[in-house]
Design a protein around this ligand. Structure first.
Ligand code: AMP
Length: 508
């Protein structure tokens, strides 16, 4: 087995790796580091969780150890699709470069231009950026990319989804032809293949197993959910989620819950909080400082449950997430792989549980086709459900509007105190929560919102089609989060008679 010592890395890098506790290189590291150190282009087909960040950061630091930074001309460039991922790469860089004198700047939205400009003016070795923000700086004349010797494109498939490919092509064109390119993508869509054929020169291709799909360390399951009545669907789905969390008991130390729509991220987080769970939302519409605060809290173990959209959670590295809950089946099958890859990282055990509503069944088929296996069906932990709830219960949405009662108040405060030191799954039963305020009724899907990283203001309007861009409603489609807007099948408009026939069939 390859050891880090065999890889020709700078001793200062080896020291930092040892301090980080890494013993042996992961397959993507063992495959990518040697050609990268030889100055070759690398095409890494790997997703987060495989150690891919170190596979480009470690050789970069080693190569940049010789030479020094020049004003406004970074020597290397790392492009990431989202702010969170860029910030994470920057953190990794700090860890691995701590014994060197190399400098970096992070160019992401939500961080002031001034501070970043000052760093770039002084000269940085590594520039870590999202494409839009990088082009903003470039167009303001603050940055020259002609000194870039190494360029990394991270999560290229995500760039494609977000409509960043034209920006990437433009940035490639601004860097010297002689640069070395390290290019990473979880999948090789035809468009990605085209980019690599155009901009990479005889790359060494390293493909590593999809950790999430092949990893036996992730226990997967799906609950086929059917509401007792259409109008109770939202309430009951959230009740099911809470029961699933509770059923995991102490094994569930922290969790990420994925929703397909931003609106549901907010509603689910609010509902969980109302029921006494320690949950916070994260999605592209929240301001950067709030997102950072939430993420830091989650990493530090202060926030136990992160309710997230796909885009906001992309590339998040929280090494010890015990559980992933898919509140919805993702409408793009690959997102399932990305989502469950948040747990079971670095060889740990993880659990991924999904809720599948009738309208998600087609998406479930797609997921199972992609991962080439059937996801085990789990019993609904709430037990046998009545086919139709009594009229009074259905009308008052009892579960989301628990009754007031003194004993319940007491039981909640005791539970709250206990929860301070207990794992998240020890949350109180839904019935103990005292809360008079009803959940907000689901709203129609909001208008398109900015993606986590705004694109370059002066960049031309995009011709790049997005896979699921239904109608170019925004001025610039890169600003949308199409995945979070998608309504599948009949959305909330399923006629009642269709549901009724299901119920009758089940009852019969
Ligand atoms: P990444 O795929 O870059 O997001 O990395 C996933 C996780 O694996 C991160 O928490 C890294 O710190 C960790 N990691 C990376 N390389 C190694 C290694 N060689 N040994 C153990 N952990 C690693």
């Amino acid at each position: 087995m390859t050891q880090f010592n065999d890889l020709n890395l700078d001793p200062k890098v080896l020291k930092a790796i040892a301090e980080a506790g890494y013993e042996t290189p992961t397959p993507i590291q063992a495959g990518a580091i040697p050609p990268a150190l030889e100055g070759r282009d690398v095409l890494g087909i790997a997703q987060t969780g495989t150690g891919k960040t170190a596979s480009f950061t470690l050789p970069m630091i080693t190569l940049l150890g010789r030479g020094r930074a020049r004003a406004r001309m970074p020597r290397s460039l790392v492009l990431c699709p989202t702010r969170e991922l860029a910030a994470q790469v920057a953190e990794n860089f700090d860890t691995y470069a701590k014994h060197t004198k190399l400098t970096k700047a992070l160019l992401i939205g939500g961080v002031s231009f001034k501070e970043q400009d000052a760093l770039i003016d002084k000269g940085v070795d590594v520039l870590i950026a999202t494409p839009g923000r990088l082009l903003d700086h470039f167009e303001r004349g603050k940055l020259l990319l002609t000194g870039v010797q190494i360029m990394v494109v991270d999560e290229a498939d995500r760039m494609l989804d977000m409509g960043f490919i034209p920006d990437i092509e433009r940035i490639f064109g601004l860097t010297p032809f002689t640069r070395q390119t390290l290019f990473f993508s979880a999948t090789m869509a035809p468009e990605i293949e085209r980019i690599t054929n155009t901009f990479l020169s005889n790359p060494e291709k390293i493909e590593v197993a999809r950790a999430a799909t092949t990893g036996e360390n992730i226990k997967q399951g799906v609950v086929m959910f059917r509401a007792s009545r259409k109008e109770r669907e939202a309430d009951e789905k959230r009740e099911l989620l809470r029961t699933l969390i509770d059923a995991e008991g102490e094994a569930c130390t922290n969790a990420i819950i994925f929703c397909n729509r931003k609106m549901d991220v907010d509603v689910v987080a609010k509902s969980l909080k109302k029921h006494g769970y320690d949950a916070e939302p994260i999605h592209g519409d929240l301001d950067q400082s709030q997102r950072t605060r939430t993420l830091d809290g989650f990493r530090a173990g202060e926030v136990k449950i992160l309710v997230a959209s796909d885009v906001a959670a992309r590339g998040l590295d929280v090494p010890s997430v015990s559980h992933v809950f898919n509140f919805d089946v993702p409408s793009h099958a690959e997102d399932y792989v990305h989502r469950i890859g948040r747990t079971g990282r670095a060889g740990r055990k993880g659990t991924a549980i999904m809720i599948c509503s009738p309208r998600d069944e087609k998406n479930l088929d797609d997921v199972e086709r992609l991962v080439q296996s059937a996801i085990p069906r789990l019993e609904d932990p709430r037990g046998a459900r009545p086919a139709a709830a009594p009229a009074a219960e259905a009308a008052t949405s009892e579960e989301e509007r628990p009754r007031r009662s003194r004993s319940r108040t007491r039981s909640r405060s005791r539970d709250d105190a206990k929860r301070e030191e207990k794992p998240v799954a020890a949350a109180p039963q839904a019935e103990t929560v005292v809360e008079a305020k009803p959940e907000p009724a689901p709203q129609p899907e909001p208008a398109p919102q900015p993606v986590p990283e705004p694109a370059a203001a002066a960049a031309p309007a995009q011709a790049e089609p997005r896979r699921n861009d239904r109608g170019n409603r925004g001025r610039d489609r890169r600003r949308n989060e199409p995945r979070e807007e998608e309504v599948v099948g009949m959305g909330d408009d399923t006629p009642a008679f269709i549901l009724k026939s299901f119920e009758e069939r089940r009852a019969g």
